[in-house]
Design a protein around this ligand. Sequence first.
Ligand SMILES: Cc1cc2nc3c(=O)[nH]c(=O)nc-3n(C[C@H](O)[C@H](O)[C@H](O)COP(=O)(O)OP(=O)(O)OC[C@H]3O[C@@H](n4cnc5c(N)ncnc54)[C@H](O)[C@@H]3O)c2cc1C
Length: 383
Amino acid sequence: MIISKDHELLVQTVREFSQKEIAPEAASRDESESFDRSLFPKMGSMGLLGITVDEAFGGSQMDAVAATLVMEEIGAVCASTALSYLAHSILAAHNLHINGSEAQKKKYLPKLCSGEWIGGMAMSEPEAGSDALGMATKAEKKGDRYILNGTKMWITNGPVGEFFLVYAKTGPKKRDISTFLIEKSFKGFSVGKKLHKLGMRASPTSELIFENCEVPVENLVGAEGESVSHMMRNLNIERVTIAGISNGCARAAHEYSTKYATERKQFGQALGHFQMIQKMIADNYTQYRASRALTLECAQYIDSGQDLGRNASACKLFAAEMATQVGLNAIQILGGYGYTKEYPVERFMRDAKLMEIGAGTNEVMRLVIARELLKEIDGQNAW
Ligand SMILES: Cc1cc2nc3c(=O)[nH]c(=O)nc-3n(C[C@H](O)[C@H](O)[C@H](O)COP(=O)(O)OP(=O)(O)OC[C@H]3O[C@@H](n4cnc5c(N)ncnc54)[C@H](O)[C@@H]3O)c2cc1C
């Protein structure tokens, strides 16, 4: 897809920023599992944190294509930062912007768009991952408050966030799910243990714990029990933009390993002269280009209102598997050096693997795609 001049300018600006501000410490943040909070106000001042949010609330009022391109640029230098950025700008800010009331948007979006507050979204639970609607966290209305009880799991930005968009059950049926806006300071809210991960190590992940957590009724988003549709719609833009991070990891691994193949000599010639190395270089490039084209096409679908689950799932699935494979090929091209932490390709591969799990696993993506296609032919209820 040929992107617009505005999108090109955005890519150029974010690429320069990422190289200068995010890339230099990416490896050491990964090693020490540390999150660099100072990057957020910087991204805020560039208008990246509320990329899809109206200017009236401090955002940049851009589209899903723009958000996806930014994910790729940040993902190409530090996928951890890109993942935390995604949880903040898409899962929290974008979701609130689409579904929140004017008062809720006025209260929270300016803080999120500036980077004064860091946000996240909590859907998954210890016993409810792929089966997200099987969540057990409950909210009961008592006077002018809802009382939340339960535990959320795997929450990106959990240890560092001030604001979370949290899903909870408000009735006995599976689809009786409501959304609540939670501030870190609310009574009964606490952050559980930080999780130690294979990749995305500089993006902090933790449990969130609700023990009789008191939430003012005005922090309910939309109508009680009607969040399933916006939860699903938000998953679409999450899946397309996270595919942007996969594309960034793949591009970085491909570019690094191709350059290496021109420098490293064996048997008296550069590795790039060997046809089996050429095959990996050619495959990496082709797979990355195909993935980027599909991802941007699906982002365009979102922008034009043709927001189908199967499209978002297809690009997320393709990009995630592609990026892990490109990362593995890049390690192979570097040989033993690729297997060490002295070179960045192993980090790209470890980070890329997360995209095969987070925002819905590869298996769940295949289920969504197949079920939607089968339903179209054979009726809504059969699948
Ligand atoms: C680093 C990280 C960050 C995350 N950030 C967030 C966040 O910010 N907010 C949030 O809410 N969640 C977040 N998640 C959670 C993520 O979305 C879940 O991990 C994911 O949905 C899978 O759930 P699970 O881990 O419980 O795996 P399970 O659902 O237990 O799945 C285990 C395996 O079984 C397979 N499986 C399950 N059901 C089926 C089926 N019907 N058919 C075939 N195979 C099946 C899965 O594909 C997988 O291979 C994050 C996860 C990670 C690892």
